[in-house]
Design a binder for this molecule. Structure first.
Ligand code: NAD
Ligand code: LMR
Length: 325
């Protein structure tokens, strides 16, 4: 058996936490031979609820679960962690955009970023799920400048998964037939799901579908799916969000081979995106866990214009949280 790794999950007593912790503890994320110690962070008023979650985790008798810590202290939660899922934050309601949460949730990522920089393992992989996740990742990164910026990512994998599901439905196939669907930009209504590199059963996917649908209903359905779920469920997506977080971290830790996946990370100027903005790019991850942004992919006028909408919004969010950076 390998030595256990330490994994932090914030907002662990919340809805996403309730789905995510079981997937991590079962081995779905880090592998069937990788024991984990869960380090769970909550706000003080939620510690009783967190204790209930921990009791249930114990009762699940996972062979890979080597320990559980529950705390309201970020210095304890992030101590020595190799991976951190930053979920804890308020979800929007159906009358809000995700960006409306930036002043309510942004400050959470100042202290958590600083604690990660101070006490986490120096190679820690950070995935921000709490919304608005791109700008919250920007804040966490800005408060942990001692760590490389490529260790801070935000989740657009749920958007990629939604895009794959819509394409599979349209083509009358399953997502297992699809490869290399990815999403550009912000986890917001402006996002751009791109099928230019996608294949179905090894054949180019684009020519098989109506261009008007791809630029119209397809993008609209994927981009507004979060709101559709909030309206239908009365609560924001939870199980699918947890599943996407597992997909993102699993690919980051174990590598993607030659598959293209979506990860939002601080731009280093790729595709002309301003430095530092946390932007979703087409990525691969090598066997050592290093993220490579795939450069040089073609973008038509429609795609360029769509990327610019994301830059404009992310720039505005960056200005709105300048005091937190
Ligand atoms: P939830 O309200 O069920 O749970 C959030 C938990 O976070 C609560 O238990 C709360 O006590 C805790 N929390 C709040 N502030 C905290 C802090 N400072 N430290 C630690 N814990 C804290 O919400 P949820 O449904 O689990 O969603 C969590 C977040 O994830 C929301 O912001 C939601 O919008 C976002 N989300 C993102 C995606 C994505 O694709 N990026 C998908 C779904 C949800
Ligand atoms: C989602 O995409 O489901 C989440 O970001 C929740 C939301 O606010 O839409």
């Amino acid at each position: 058996m390998k030595a256990p790794i330490r994994v932090a999950v914030t907002g662990a007593a919340g809805n996403i936490g309730y789905a995510l912790l079981w997937r991590i503890a079962s081995g779905d994320c880090f592998g069937a031979d990788q024991p984990v110690i869960l380090q769970l962070l909550e706000v003080t008023p939620a510690l009783d609820r967190l204790r209930g979650t921990i009791l249930e985790l114990e009762d699940s008798a996972f062979p890979l679960l080597a320990g559980i810590v529950g705390t309201d202290d970020p210095q304890v939660a992030f101590a020595g962690v190799h991976a951190a899922f930053l979920v804890g934050s308020r979800p929007r309601t159906k009358d809000m955009d995700r960006a409306d949460l930036v002043r309510a949730n942004g400050p959470i990522f100042v202290g958590q970023g600083a604690a990660i920089g101070a006490v986490a393992d120096p190679n820690v992989k950070v995935l921000v799920v709490g919304n608005p996740c791109n700008t919250n990742a920007l804040i966490a990164r800005a408060n942990a400048k001692n760590l490389p910026s490529r260790q801070f990512t935000a989740m657009t994998r749920l958007d990629q998964n939604r895009a794959e599901a819509q394409l599979a439905l349209r083509l009358g196939t399953t997502v297992s037939a699809l490869r290399n669907v990815f999403v550009w930009g912000n986890h917001a209504d402006t996002m751009y799901p791109d099928v230019s590199q996608a294949t179905v059963d090894g054949k180019a996917l684009g020519p098989l579908l109506d261009a008007a649908w791809l630029k119209g209903d397809f993008i609209q359905t994927v981009a507004t799916r979060g709101k559709a779920i909030i309206v239908a469920r009365g609560a924001s997506s939870a199980a699918s969000a947890a599943s996407a977080a597992v997909d993102h971290m699993r690919d980051w830790v174990r590598g993607t081979g030659d598959r293209i996946v979506s990860m939002a990370l601080p731009s280093e100027g790729w595709y002309g995106i301003p430095e530092g903005l946390v932007f979703s790019f087409p990525c691969r991850v090598d066997a050592k866990g290093a993220i490579q942004v795939i450069e040089g992919l073609p973008l038509d006028d429609f795609g360029r214009a769509r990327l610019q909408l994301n830059v404009d919004d992310l720039d505005a969010e960056r200005k709105a949280v300048a005091d937190l950076l």
